[in-house]
Write a protein that binds this ligand. Structure first.
Ligand SMILES: Cc1cc2nc3c(=O)[nH]c(=O)nc-3n(C[C@H](O)[C@H](O)[C@H](O)COP(=O)(O)OP(=O)(O)OC[C@H]3O[C@@H](n4cnc5c(N)ncnc54)[C@H](O)[C@@H]3O)c2cc1C
Length: 426
């Protein structure tokens, strides 16, 4: 797995390394993984008085949490209309409200613990085709008219240049409660807050095995941890440790670039609203401006699972970026990196208990900045015996990913072909 040293986020963050754990330890909760799920679990559990140890195989935020598009979004990868059709409107509404709580939680934690994370407001979910805009209207009708969400509105093509100045789109669902930020700095802020509340975080501490039991026993190459409860927060990177549980979560590699800082007037012209943007295509483009005016542009997926050479990812992403903003044809690309998104078959996160005292939350389908942060709070509630909200998602089990990566690669290939055809047909 390639390190994320090449990422703009790693290059623009600083955090003191934490030592690996050595020897034996007894704790109330051992958390495996220091991304948003693990760090938020550690913070919320510590605030409830549990003795928490976090074991991270690499560095804090090394996984998707320190590599993502930085978009803080309500909702799920599944559309609300589909959720209401599949699970009933009342269940869809409860899921929606949890996702809004997730955004509010990120905003509150960022304000209290990560003042340097460059939080900015707004998200435009842009339609590349009229059918997508029709679907966005149905989504809006559900969230706004039926459930009373006041932060979103439909933007017609004529008004779009005031939000994002690209000819690729026919309209948007514009949400002012959503936002964006520097995700690795947010992860570091969460880590500091968890430590201040009493948690201990160890880096270079890969968990090699976990024997179930009460207590469970976790082994690294230098330490043995006995834990009354375990939280598996390794998301797409957890496969080797938990092959069975990971069968419902498929890791897919995806790519991000950051340009050099754009001239101020150009950046203002491209995205006058300062919002983050994602399109509604199956294999989407998503982007935003960083506080130092770089365009951070993500998209594309690797179907083989093997990372292509960085020059190839850069060339693919550049082509997409220039399609959206032709004026950036000669823009200099300063960073390009990749990361694993964890997909589930039902496009909702996978929350589960492996047994009475071991919890797993993963599979946010590219929607985990807010949801993974909320997952930590819901896990802390569940460990404390208040599992009602954790169980809302735990009841919605994703189907196993039959055929694994090979079938997924085939499906992604089909989705790409379909998308290209639709683009060609206008
Ligand atoms: C390129 C990219 C762009 C994205 N863009 C967005 C976006 O704009 N908005 C959005 O909402 N979501 C986005 N996502 C998804 C989002 O980043 C994730 O859903 C979220 O960060 C998941 O957090 P996590 O803590 O569950 O997992 P991760 O952040 O992946 O953390 C898992 C951690 O566990 C550690 N680990 C794994 N196994 C072990 C082990 N055995 N022992 C110890 N440690 C272990 C890993 O080293 C890793 O640090 C994106 C994801 C990617 C990859």
């Amino acid at each position: 797995m390639r390190d994320h040293a090449a990422s703009y986020y790693a290059a623009s963050s600083q955090a003191a390394p934490r030592p690996p754990l050595e020897g034996d330890a007894d704790v109330d909760v051992c958390v495996v993984g220091a991304g948003f799920t693990g760090l938020s679990s550690a913070l919320h559990l510590s605030l409830r008085g549990y003795r928490v140890t976090v074991l991270e195989a690499n560095r804090i935020g090394w996984g998707a949490s320190g590599r993502n598009g930085g978009q803080i979004l309500p909702g799920f990868a599944a559309s609300l209309v589909d959720l209401a059709a599949r699970h009933g409107e009342e269940n869809a509404r409860r899921l929606w409200e949890l996702s809004c709580e997730a955004v509010a939680l990120v905003r509150a934690l960022a304000a209290s613990h990560a003042a340097d994370c460059e939080l900015a407001d707004g998200f435009a979910y842009v339609a590349t085709r009229p059918a997508q805009l029709r679907h966005a209207r149905a989504e809006w009708a559900l969230m706004a008219e039926r459930w009373g969400y006041r932060h979103a509105r439909i933007v017609e093509a004529g008004e779009l240049p005031a939000i994002v100045d690209s000819r690729c789109y026919v309209g948007a669902l514009y949400d002012t409660f959503a936002g964006h930020f520097h995700p690795l700095r947010f992860a570091h802020g969460l880590a500091r807050a968890a430590e201040a509340a009493g948690a201990r975080i160890y880096e270079a501490a890969a968990v090699l095995a976990c024997q179930p039991g009460e207590p469970a026993l976790l082994l690294t190459d230098r330490a043995r941890v006995r834990a009354t409860h375990v939280v598996f927060a390794g998301n797409a990177y957890l496969g080797r440790l938990l092959p069975l549980a990971s069968q419902r979560v498929l890791p897919i590699r995806t790519f991000v670039l950051a340009t050099t800082p754009l001239p101020p007037e150009l950046s203002r012209r491209l995205i006058p609203s300062g919002a983050c943007i994602a399109d509604m295509d199956t294999i989407l483009d998503y982007y935003r401006l960083s506080a130092d005016r770089r365009l951070i542009f993500g998209g594309r997926v690797s179907m083989s699972g093997r990372p292509p050479p960085p020059q190839r990812s850069a060339a693919l992403l550049r082509r997409r970026m220039v399609r959206v903003f032709p004026v950036l044809a000669d823009a200099e690309i300063a960073y390009v990196w990749d990361g694993l998104v964890a997909l589930t078959g039902h496009r909702l996160p996978h929350f589960t208990r492996l047994d009475r005292n071991r919890y797993l939350a993963a599979g946010y389908c590219g929607h985990g900045v807010a949801l993974a942060t909320l997952a930590g709070k819901l896990i802390a509630e569940a460990v404390a015996g208040e599992a009602g909200r954790f169980d809302i998602l735990a009841r919605m089990k994703p189907p196993p990913v039959h055929g694994g990566r090979t079938v997924a690669a085939g499906l992604l290939w089909l989705a790409t072909v379909r998308q290209r055809l639709l683009e060609l047909l206008g």
